[in-house]
Each structure stands twice: as structure tokens, then as C-alpha cells.
Design a binder for this molecule. Sequence first.
Ligand SMILES: Cc1cc2nc3c(=O)[nH]c(=O)nc-3n(C[C@H](O)[C@H](O)[C@H](O)COP(=O)(O)O)c2cc1C
Ligand code: SF4
Ligand code: SF4
Length: 259
Amino acid sequence: MADKSTIIFYFSGTGNSYHAAQSLSCLLKDAQFVRIVFGLETYNLASYERIIAVYPCYVGDLPLMVKDYLEHLDFPDGAQVVSVCCCGGIDGSCHKSFERILDKKGSSLYSSYTLVYPANNQLLYPEPSEKTIDTRYATNAQKLQEIASNLKDGYQHFADYKVLSASIFSLAHKFFDPHKQGRRFKVSDECNSCKICELICPAKNIRLIKGIPQFLDRCEQCLSCMHRCLKDAIYLNLQSRIWGRYKNPYVSTKDLMVN
Ligand SMILES: Cc1cc2nc3c(=O)[nH]c(=O)nc-3n(C[C@H](O)[C@H](O)[C@H](O)COP(=O)(O)O)c2cc1C
Ligand code: SF4
Ligand code: SF4
């Protein structure tokens, strides 16, 4: 029996959500998968029976660009809408936010899943160890299989909503201003003007002017530029000067290039 026609939208900074989206695309028989980047046009979803959004959690909530993109989509009546959060341990209010968007459109979530990936916020804490990376990928490989089987078998699943951590993170989220924060990135003399940061930014927020990266005002704080710069030249605070970078072992820099 043919599986449902499926489209997977994903947003990814450092590749974890890319990994989840690509794995699901293969497991669901080559479902179409589309990256949410600045300027992505709104898709007509009329011919899709299943719509999946895969995204990282940023301070307990959806990335701004994901929220905005989902708000602009028309979800067909009866389509199964699935939320997949790829967090570093605390998914906060991500699925609730998604639910709220759907609610306003008279639609609802069919299922929600949280996958715990290596945490990439090296503005706040050190880079994940190799052991953590290996363990989390091994667990997620199994979980991704389960998600695909559940969807094929028509079994619904809802990620636990952890009220306490969600409330704490929702307070913190009020102070999270990625657009403003993005303008504070600095570039060290190590920069060799290779342009990788410009080519990789999903918000198209970086322009090299006279060989020096300049940051515009639509940063998502995905940290792709910081982690993938081969010279470790991009940093924001003292911690990001000291701590290492996170390279998703299954995703190349080329995979993350926009266009
Ligand atoms: C600015 C920022 C905020 C984050 N906030 C959270 C958070 O609230 N909870 C969490 O579990 N992980 C958090 N993370 C970690 C990411 O959600 C996690 O590493 C994710 O898998 C990254 O996905 P990506 O590689 O597709 O960009 C944060 C990361 C960044 C860069
Ligand atoms: S990726 Fe790094 S080295 Fe390349 S242009 Fe950007 S800051 Fe410079
Ligand atoms: S400027 Fe860097 S952190 Fe901000 S959205 Fe672009 S790649 Fe991500």
C-alpha cells in the first residue's frame, strides 16, 4: 500500500535537524524535504496528506523563522501535521507553540516528537563530548525508525509537556532577541575571507564586504556560521572564544549551504 504523500519542512543551523529530516525522508520512502531559509516561498500543500516540521529548540521555543513560516502555510483539511523538535534536552514550549499556530488555522497536531541531539549552544556551555554525540545519535537512529513506523501504522504520539521547565524557559525566552544578538558577532584576524559563513547562513544574514563578514539584523542565533568557520574566527562572547565547535558528524558543510 502506498504511504501518504509527505512533505518535510526543516530548519537547521548545525545539522541536527537536517539529520532528522533527511533520515525521516528516507524512512518515509523519499518524502520531499525542504529547508526553511530566508525568502523561502510559501508552499501549496493541497496535494499533501502528511506535513512534518523538524526544527531545533531555541530557548524553549520554535526558531523565529520556523514560527513565521508555519504561520504562512495553509494546512489542508484532514492532513496529518507532525512536529519534531530536535533539542539539546529541554523542548520547552515548542510543540505548544506549534499547536497554537495550528489552532488559529482551525487545524491540530496529529503527533509530536522530541529528539535529544548534542546541544550546540557554545555561547553558554562547552561543546558536547564525542561520547555524548555517539550516544545521542545511536538513540536517535532508533527513535527515528519508531517515528516512521508509528506514522506508517497510524499510531499517534504526543511528546510529554514538562510544565516546570517550559515555564522557566518561557520566561527566559522573553529576553531572547536573536536579531539583536546577531549584530554582536565578532570576527577575528584569523578570517581568510573564504565566504563559508555567508554561504551557510539560513537567514542570509551575512555579507562579506571588502573580505570581512558583516552581520545584518535577521540572525536566528542558529550558530551555523560560528561552528562551521574553518578558522574558528567567529565568536560572540568570552565563552565562545574558549569553547570548541560542534560539527555534526553526519552532515557536511556542503549539506548546510543555502542554495
Ligand atoms: C540560541 C540557542 C538556544 C538553544 N536553546 C535550547 C533550549 O532551550 N533547549 C534545548 O534543549 N536546546 C537548546 N539549544 C540546543 C539546540 O536546540 C540543539 O542543539 C539542536 O539540536 C540544534 O539543532 P540544529 O543542529 O539543527 O541547528 C539551543 C541552541 C541555541 C543555538
Ligand atoms: S567562514 Fe570564517 S574564515 Fe570564512 S569568511 Fe567567514 S569568518 Fe572568515
Ligand atoms: S548569522 Fe550565523 S548565527 Fe545568525 S542566522 Fe546566520 S549563520 Fe545563524
